[in-house]
Ligand binder design. Structure first.
Ligand code: GUN
Length: 292
């Protein structure tokens, strides 16, 4: 079994981005600027947004973190989105999800200028992805594709099961892995809560992508010998042995599944750092595409 080391792969990408920033600086060109909007104080969202800002610092991007109280109105949030759309200094921005129930997430996502939508969640970018047209790819699926590519994982002709059909991960990844590309050319089965024979499908698959948000969902009996496993799960579970009182748990029961696999991503240190690396790639591209 080999670890698919997202942390190391993301570090290699960060190094490339650092060099790109340096050469832009020496040419007197603009430095990419990413803004992130965070609403409320959900611990998980705060951790992710802080990690995104930290990644900007490491690479040399400018960043702005805009925080709102949980009870911010939809109108106030939409006004900020419009302001960022029109701010020439901001190359790309994200609104960290989930948003509180009183705010329409789709309305906010649709208000983001697709040219600055570095999360790739806007319907225009998702539509472009389906048609293989240029645009921004959603960060987590794009990060998984990059992880497979940079670690020379063969996907062509393989049977791939994706567990979980979210708009952010499962659904876009099912399209990306099935199209004629490298990585890609998989025969993809997108499974979900109504799938009847999920265990049997998984046990026959060459590649398993677990993106369901249930810690330890994928057990050894669901895994074929030599399978490639990508664990997208990052659920916070109570762990009193940690200073923080919690630990991140993946969707895969790592200890019993790992010995059966050819490759497996750890949690943490697998998909998470790759998501952030993709966001950084998208931000640099946003700036270049906007002619800066
Ligand atoms: N919530 C969980 N993942 C993501 C992500 O990639 N982007 C944003 N904006 N919110 C998220």
């Amino acid at each position: 079994m080999q670890l698919l080391d997202g942390k190391a792969t993301a570090e290699a990408i960060r190094e490339e981005l650092r060099e790109a920033v340096e050469s832009r600086k020496s040419a007197g060109k603009k430095i990419p600027h990413l803004a992130a909007i965070l609403v409320g104080s959900d611990g998980g969202s705060l951790t992710y947004v802080n990690a995104k800002v930290k990644a900007c610092d490491h690479i040399g991007f400018d960043s702005s973190l805009i925080k709102y109280e949980y009870y911010v109105t939809e109108e106030e949030l939409l006004n900020k989105v419009h302001e960022l759309n029109n701010d020439d200094n901001i190359d790309g921005f994200i609104v960290q999800l989930p948003l509180p129930d009183h705010i329409d997430e789709l309305k906010v996502t649709k208000a983001i200028d697709p040219k600055k939508d570095v999360d790739g969640f806007h319907p225009t970018n998702l539509g472009n992805m389906v048609l293989s047209l240029p645009g921004f790819l959603p960060a987590t699926p794009a990060g998984i594709m990059e992880l497979l590519k940079r670690n020379n994982i063969e996907t062509s002709g393989k049977d791939c099961v994706i567990i979980g059909r979210s708009n952010i991960v499962g659904t876009p990844l099912s399209i990306m892995l099935s199209r004629n590309s490298n990585p890609g050319n998989c025969t993809v089965t997108l499974t979900h809560s109504r799938t009847k024979n999920l265990k049997e499908i998984a046990a026959k698959s060459d590649i398993i992508i677990a993106a369901i948000g249930i810690p330890g969902f994928v057990t050894a009996d669901m895994v074929k010998e030599g399978a490639v496993i990508v664990d997208v799960g990052t659920t916070r579970v109570s762990d009193q042995s940690k200073k923080s009182g919690w630990a991140l748990k993946g969707d895969v029961l790592f200890d019993e599944v790992a010995p059966k696999c050819s490759y497996i991503t750890p949690v943490p240190g697998g998909v998470g750092p790759m998501t952030i690396a993709s966001l950084m790639i998208n931000t640099l591209r946003a700036m270049e595409l906007n002619g800066k």
